[in-house]
Every structure is written in C-alpha cells, then in structure tokens.
Design a protein around this ligand. Structure first.
Ligand code: MRU
Length: 356
C-alpha cells in the first residue's frame, strides 16, 4: 500500500512504518510509483547515492531514519559496542553524497542524541534515536509550511514563476521549499504560471517538478534548460525561486547545476532571484562557496538519456551535479524565519547563529 503525502495529491517521499523505512523510488517517476523498503545501511546508502531518495531536506530525513535502520541489528550489543557502531555507520551514511549539508546535519543531530543519552541499554538508545528521527521528520514538514507562508507574498496575481530542478514536495517530506510558496499561493486562489526547467542531465524538473505541480493542479509549463533565458528576456518570468543544497556563511550557495546561469540571466534582466531553504541547509561553518564540495557523477548520466546513448562513444565528459551561485546574485533567502535580504553574513549569524 502506497502512503500518500498528507499535503498533496502525491505519494509520500518516505515513511517510517513499523520500524521500517519506506521510500518512493524517484528514479522511476513519473512512469511508475514504486515503494522500496530499506532494510540495512548499505541499502540506505545506495538509495541516497543513486537518487532514489533525493533533494537536500529529504536526504536529511532519510538519513536520520536510515541510521535507525542501520542500527537495528546492533540492538543486542553491549551499549559501548552499540555506540561505536553508531559512529561508524553514521560516517558511512554521510559518505553517500557530499554536497547537500542536510545529510551531515541530520546525522550529527542523531549522534548528539547518543552523546547526551544516559541509556544503559542499546535498545533504549535505539528508541531515543527513532524519536529524534521522527522529530527531524516533523520539523521538516513544519519548515516547508513556514517557508511557503513567507514566500507566497512574492507571487503576485498574473505573474510568472520560474524554478529549476526539483525543490518540491518530493525533495522534502512536506510542501517542498521552492514549491511551498507556489502551493500556498495556489491554495489562496492566486492565478499565476510556473515554468519548470527540465534540468539536465537527470531531468528532475521534467520528471519530478512538472509531475508534482501537475498533480496539484498548478498551471505549469515544462521548458528545456536552454529556453529559460529567452523566457526571462520575453518578460514571462516575474520571479525565479530555486532551492539549495548548501548555503555558506556569506550567502553563496550550491544548488543543481544550471542554477548559476539562471541567476546571471535573472540579474541581467533585473528579475528577482530567490533561494528557498530551511535553516538545516545553512552551513555557517563554511565561509563561502569556494569551500563547498561539488559532487561529480558518472559520465553515462550525460552520454545517455533514459538508458539510450546520445553521444559518441569515448567522448570526454564532465558531470558536476551542482554549481555555486555567488551571494551578490541572490535577491533574498526565503527561510522559515522570513525573507532575508543582504547582507546575508550578518543576517544569517544573527538569526541562525545559535541553531546551525
Ligand atoms: O541531485 P538532487 O536531485 O538531489 O538535487 C536537488 C537539488 O538541487 C534541489 O534544488 C535542492 O536539493 C533543494 S531541495 C528542496
């Protein structure tokens, strides 16, 4: 049985049921709705690495539950051995993908529970870990809603919104980040139009964003990445809203490859460019974008489309999954605490210095 997102006409990104982590396999969408049970650490690592569960906030929630799954066969161990295994397995899950900071953020939160726990029995500590994962999950849903409330003020009646990749419900366990303002504006009866970039090479915009917006009845048009500039030049776009995988202390941020060119075009044509993200995506330990590690993925993601070769065999390929947009191209960050304008370094430190 497929559980449904409590928010939208969509299958849930993931669910924790009877101590099992179930995920919606996003590599199969929109053609097939396939739910996978992840039963050990390796299965969780692979699901994250292979993008079956993806999007920064969703990766964070999946990793928290995933660590619980990874510890299930250690519940009979003496408490010290359980703690040692916990550290090792958290480090292993953390290696699944390097760029989205939500992965290490949520695993660190899980490890902090163990550090503070006075449990003398591994099965009791395991339950505390599950409770923390459930909290991280609930908070993710609430953060999306708050981002949506603040961000919906940016969507005026009759306007055009452009988004890139999938920073949607499928990338979170709630309303999404970039899509939360879209869903709440739609719910408030505002009439507007969304352009979704297809997002080469893995087509998260076409396969996921166009799918979930269409399921929700949002007026959406799919475009290829190369069309975005002319849509903006033709004044069809009033605001660009994207998500983020990691935001550095000075406001530089990493997001899906192609975001940087969109930000440059938006600046050239004087269209506001917003980044929607929860505080769990802020990495105030990283001073600026140059220190963000960018994931490089396999060549065949570029040379093949839908399993079919589209390039000459043996051609040289680059496949960075993300790019870094400098902070001075960002009009504002839509966070759970409101819309933040520059200077981002001092604003982030003041608003989130304690929590991140
Ligand atoms: O490689 P992906 O599909 O995990 O990349 C996702 C993105 O780049 C999203 O824009 C980002 O994680 C924000 S999700 C709310």
């Amino acid at each position: 049985m497929v559980s449904l997102s409590p928010f939208l006409n969509l299958p849930a990104t993931l669910a924790w049921e009877d101590d099992c982590l179930r995920i919606l396999d996003q590599t199969r969408l929109p053609q097939a709705t396939v739910i996978e049970n992840l039963t050990d650490a390796h299965a969780v690592w692979r699901a994250i690495h292979e993008l079956r569960v993806r999007g920064a906030p969703a990766i964070g929630v999946a990793a928290a539950y995933g660590l619980c799954v990874a510890m299930q066969d250690a519940r009979d161990l003496p408490i010290e051995a359980f703690r040692e295994a916990l550290e090792e397995r958290a480090a292993y899950l953390d290696s699944a993908r390097p760029t989205a900071v939500n992965l290490s953020w949520s695993l660190k939160r899980m490890l902090r529970v163990a550090e503070r726990s006075t449990a003398r029995d591994a099965s009791l500590l395991y339950r505390e870990l599950v409770d923390e994962a459930v909290r991280i999950h609930g908070e993710d849903q609430a953060l999306c809603e708050q981002i949506g409330r603040h961000g919906m003020t940016l969507i005026a009646p009759g306007s055009g919104v452009l988004t890139h990749c999938n920073a949607g419900a499928l990338a979170t366990t709630g309303l999404g980040t970039a899509t939360a303002p879209i869903y709440l504006a739609q719910r408030a009866g505002v009439a507007f139009h969304v352009y979704a970039d297809e997002t080469r090479p893995l087509l998260q915009g076409a396969r996921l964003t166009a799918y979930e917006l269409q399921q929700a009845g949002v007026d959406v048009t799919l475009i290829t990445d190369g069309m975005a500039a002319s849509m903006i030049a033709e004044k069809r776009v009033d605001v660009v809203i994207v998500g983020a995988d990691r935001v550095a202390a000075n406001g530089d941020f990493a997001n899906k490859i192609g975001t940087l060119s969109l930000a440059i075009v938006a600046r050239y044509f004087k269209v506001p460019f917003y980044v929607a993200c929860p505080s769990s995506t802020l990495d105030l330990q990283t001073p600026d974008g140059s220190a963000i590690v960018i994931e490089e993925r396999r060549d065949d993601e570029v040379t093949h489309v839908g399993g079919q070769p589209v390039a000459p065999e043996g051609v040289k390929v680059r496949n960075p999954a993300f790019d870094v947009t400098p902070h001075d191209l960002v009009t504002g960050y839509i966070t759970e605490r409101g819309i933040i304008a520059a200077p981002f370094d001092t604003q982030f430190a003041t608003l989130f210095g304690e929590t991140t």
